[in-house]
Design a binder for this molecule. Structure first.
Ligand SMILES: *[C@@H]1O[C@H](CO)[C@@H](O)[C@H](O)[C@H]1NC(C)=O
Length: 169
């Protein structure tokens, strides 16, 4: 009985694949235009990117608007400022998880300034600069939970289909 179920599933999948193929043949790909700003790969995102700008305004104002490379998953911000809170340097970039291990605030001995580092995930999430231990954090809220939920959602049609096929047998 189990083998029979499996065979029927195979045949079913075969027909579905065949149907998709026929459909693809009829599509005129010359008429299919890519969207204005195509995402280069799944889960791609952008970060504000600048190197040692004088402050946050000048960083964001001139920040490059480009996609992050596939090995990065976060946006990182490094903020140097005086003890009076005046910005001295702002650097923003796409970052790997390892590059985000040193988030937080500390006294930067070389420059005599305070240094706060923050990371976040999500499209252009590094708008602000970190100024104290409350915002100099690794702020992850989007991609992982969302992709897990997405995976479960994607499974539901397959599960329903399988249940249905087993039911009619
Ligand atoms: C941290 O900085 C933010 C933004 O400048 C401010 O609103 C908040 O009150 C500060 N928190 C502490 C604990 O100083």
């Amino acid at each position: 009985m189990q083998i029979l179920n499996f065979l029927v599933l195979c045949v079913f999948h075969f027909f579905i694949t065949l149907k998709h193929r026929t459909f693809a043949k009829n599509v005129n790909f010359n008429n299919v235009r890519p969207p204005a700003d195509p995402t280069p790969f799944p889960n791609s995102f952008k970060c504000f990117t600048c190197e040692k700008s004088s402050d946050n305004y000048n960083c964001n104002r001139w920040a490059e608007d480009k996609w992050c490379p596939p090995n990065t998953h976060y946006c990182k911000t490094v903020h140097h400022f005086t003890t009076h809170g005046k910005s001295k340097s702002v650097t923003k970039k796409c970052a790997t998880r390892v590059e985000c291990h040193n988030v937080g605030c500390r006294h930067h001995r070389d420059s005599g300034h305070m240094e706060c580092i923050s990371c976040c995930d999500g499209m252009i999430c590094n708008v602000d600069v970190p100024t104290n231990h409350t915002n100099a954090i690794f702020n992850v809220q989007r991609s992982h939970r969302k992709s897990d939920a997405h995976r479960v959602t994607a499974l539901i049609p397959t599960m329903l289909l399988t249940t249905w096929i087993l039911f009619i047998l």
